[in-house]
Ligand binder design. Structure first.
Ligand code: NCD
Length: 430
């Protein structure tokens, strides 16, 4: 038969509690616990009441349930979306529909923090290395602020010129060195496949912030999150939706990742509008078609958009051209107010990964939609924060600690972030 002493010792060990903490949990004095823990033949020994023994059994059962939940919730998602068995995010191909929906549900729990209503410190002490070897504003800053809002700190390097890569250092060496300094890395690099090389050289979480014309998985996740949120407002579903991707579909990494991620859903109609020289790569079209979606390709924006739910415009990626002649969009490929009014239905909304090229002749997404609530681009950029927080939380295994860690924010912030923000922008979460 198990003695009272063994029972108590085993319980404290299994709960990972000291005598003080255990006594507090049982709401008894530490001295009382000490007497229960003495050998039975000792003069000071006291028998523990049976009701306390029952209470300890309950605590142990509850703890076992919690551990099971934490382990399955954590190892499940981080391992199901792992890259070569590591908690890294290199491609959207790491997701299936279930895991992507789980990640977006975690992003929702970050909303009060992103909206500056709550604060958390779950990543206190952790350091992010932001390595950007290509131009960036929103991806670099939003990854950085997402990490800070989880309680961590950020170190940045920008451009090749000021990094040791300018001295001929390899990706392997850079990645291994950084791993000794930081707890996670976000990397943007002009070569397709380069961020995977960073990931192979380390065991810490690496996130692809854009590898040349390859992929941009965090952008696709925040785009999907935006589409889902806008659809909820309009009472629409992603399954069966009609989504138009417009512009540079050849070099635009955001649309490569987005169409692959959307193809995890069912029965989507994709209208792909691009100049002939900038069409979506055949390999991606094959993957999407093999999942049973409808693809319509066109060089004109005016036709076939009457029932489109989302119009996703992109910038011409001139910096990636290898001999293509295109300078900017022709005016008939420009998404603007007149085009939206004449070719689409009234609840079609417009997205763009940004930056949009606002220089004359570029004919990128027009600024004449700036006051129009159908323009979702800044709601989209705002969504980058909760989504990138969710990515970090999952890869660093703290997503189950968020809820219990929340405290009220102490500073004041505006109810509408931008001067033209439509009223519904902030309505959903108060
Ligand atoms: C894009 C990128 O860098 O891929 N922007 C972004 O990260 N939001 C799109 C672009 O540069 O046109």
């Amino acid at each position: 038969m198990t003695t009272q002493q063994t029972l108590l010792r085993d319980a404290m060990q299994s709960l990972n509690m000291t005598r003080d903490v255990f006594a507090e949990r049982l709401a008894i004095k530490r001295r009382t616990l000490d007497t229960w823990l003495l050998p039975e033949n000792s003069n000071e020994f006291r028998a523990m009441p049976s009701v306390v023994e029952k209470f300890i059994q309950e605590i142990l059962q509850q703890d076992a349930r919690n551990q099971k939940y934490t382990q399955s919730a954590h190892t499940d998602l981080a391992s199901r979306m792992s890259y070569n068995g590591k908690p890294q995010l290199i491609s959207v191909e790491q997701f299936n529909r279930e895991s992507v929906e789980e990640l977006l549900a975690i992003a929702e729990t970050m909303e009060p923090i992103a909206r500056r209503q709550k604060v958390t410190r779950v990543l206190e002490g952790a350091v992010l290395g932001n390595l950007f070897f290509e131009a960036s504003t929103r991806t670099r800053v939003s990854f950085g602020t997402a990490f800070c809002r989880l309680g961590g700190s950020v170190c940045d390097t920008t451009g090749f010129t000021f990094s040791s890569m300018a001295k001929g250092e390899s990706i392997y060496d850079t990645s291994r060195v950084m791993s000794g300094y930081v707890d996670a890395m976000v990397v943007r690099h002009p070569d397709k496949g380069s961020v995977a090389e960073f990931a192979d050289a380390t065991n810490i979480p690496v996130i692809n912030g854009g590898d040349g014309p390859g992929e941009h998985p965090s952008q696709a996740l925040l785009d999907l999150y935006t589409i889902r949120k806008e659809f909820a407002r309009l009472d629409k579903q992603i399954d069966g939706a009609h989504i138009a991707l417009v512009g540079d579909l050849k070099y635009g990494r955001t649309v490569h990742s987005l169409i692959k991620l959307l193809s995890l859903f069912r029965g989507i109609k994709f209208t792909l509008v691009a100049p002939t020289a900038l069409e979506m790569p055949a390999g991606i079209l094959d993957l999407v078609a093999s999942r049973g979606h409808t693809i319509v390709q066109s060089q004109s924006l005016r036709s076939g958009l009457q029932d489109v739910d989302v119009l996703y415009a992109t910038r011409i990626q001139k910096e990636r051209f290898s001999g293509e002649e295109i300078e900017g969009y022709s005016t008939d490929l420009q998404v603007n107010l007149e085009m939206l009014d004449s070719a689409c239905n009234p609840d079609t909304f417009v997205m763009h990964p940004l930056p949009r090229d606002s220089r004359a002749g570029a004919n990128d997404l027009s600024t004449d939609l700036n006051r129009d609530p159908r323009l979702a681009i800044f709601r989209q950029t705002d969504n980058g924060i909760p989504v990138r927080m969710a990515i970090f939380a999952v890869l660093l295994g703290v997503e189950n600690q968020i809820q219990a860690s929340l405290r009220d924010a102490t500073w004041k912030s505006p109810t509408h972030i931008g001067p033209y923000d439509a009223i519904f922008h902030r309505l959903q979460n108060g």
